[in-house]
Design a protein around this ligand. Structure first.
Ligand code: SF4
Ligand code: MG
Length: 329
């Protein structure tokens, strides 16, 4: 009942001359209403691919080759599969049901339009009865929500600091009261102080408006503060999914453990993880067994040949042969 999004068996492939490359494989999870789900992984783990598939922002050569993303509107009624929804129907859901905040606020804001005017456009496109004056008023109110003074509605994006721009895009994402906001590394371009402020604001606004968030980042320490649950991705698959507290206190997957123990400095791209030697495998040539086997301190013979599958068990799931028995019992 309280599931907002049910993702099942989602696969995303990149077409290429030979065999297509799988960037996401069999991704399955449920997002609850009002929940903040963090998705963490190194670059190439498939986390950004997952986001673009969820929001249908992906472009060729990436294609969703299998699976479903069932969205359950708050009024009840039929669930809508976002994978097969016609573009026209999808556009109706954008902003009003599902908003997106990307890494670079500069990409999201139109540089030659006043910030307030962009709010006015979005607001009036989705509520034709809203007057221009009413929309400008609402733009001021939304900016105030993220701590930006009302007179900034007349500013151009380049006149705002990077942190303000990013907060403005979050306010814009909120404009039509969506049920879900998808955020892809929205704090990578701002300093640590601003990052903390933005995270605190996301938490406060979620409390106030009750939207759910899928928040993608390479930074596990950030998610430990922000997220209710965390999905850890490796080589295109979710390898562990559990509450933030469980991920912090008792990670089950050796990769999650390594991520937790590395705690990279905020903002440093995770190019090398101290706790985890080696690099992620080439997605074009994945081994038959566990994709983490070459880096795993606990690797066993069967890990080389048998693929560990993510097994859901209560509120926790892990894909590792070390935990096959515990999970399925
Ligand atoms: Fe390590 Fe084996 Fe678990 Fe993979 S399945 S993470 S190689 S123990
Ligand atoms: Mg990315």
């Amino acid at each position: 009942r309280d599931v907002l999004l049910q993702v099942d068996g989602l696969c995303v492939e990149y077409a290429s001359a030979g065999e297509p490359t799988r960037a996401c494989t069999d991704v399955t999870f449920a997002l609850r209403r009002g929940e903040i789900l963090g998705v963490v992984g190194e670059s190439g783990s498939g986390k950004s691919t997952l986001i673009t598939a969820l929001t249908r922002l992906q472009r060729a050569p990436a294609v969703t080759s299998a699976g479903s993303i069932l969205y359950r509107p708050r009024e009840g009624g039929e669930a809508i599969d976002l994978v097969t929804l016609p573009p026209k129907e999808l556009r109706k859901l954008r902003w009003t049901r599902l908003s997106i905040v990307l890494q670079s606020a500069m990409d999201a804001l139109n540089p030659v339009m006043r910030v307030g005017a962009q709010f006015v456009d979005v607001l009036r496109e989705h509520d034709r009865s809203l007057s221009k004056a009413g929309a400008w008023e609402e733009a001021r109110r939304l900016l105030a929500l993220v701590g930006i003074s009302a007179d900034r509605v007349r500013s151009y994006p380049h006149e705002l600091s990077g942190g303000m721009r990013q907060r403005a895009t979050i306010a814009l994402a909120l404009a039509c009261r969506p049920e879900l906001i998808v955020m892809d590394e929205p704090t990578t371009a701002v300093d640590v102080v601003m990052q903390r402020q933005i995270l605190a604001q996301v938490l406060r606004l979620r409390h106030e408006f009750g939207f759910a968030v899928v928040f993608v980042t390479h930074d596990l320490s950030l998610l430990l503060e922000l997220a209710d649950r965390i999905a850890v991705m490796y080589a295109g698959r979710i390898v562990e999914l559990a509450s933030a507290a469980a991920i912090y206190r008792s990670p089950l997957h050796p990769y999650t453990r390594g991520l937790r123990d590395s705690f990279p400095p905020l903002h440093a791209p995770v190019s090398r993880l101290e706790g985890i030697p080696g690099t992620p495998p080439d997605l074009r040539a994945l081994p038959p067994g566990c994709a983490f086997a070459d880096r795993c301190p606990a690797v066993m013979d069967r890990c080389r040949t048998e693929l560990p599958l993510l097994t859901l068990h209560d509120s926790r799931a892990v894909a590792c042969h070390l935990h096959d028995e515990e999970i399925s019992s």
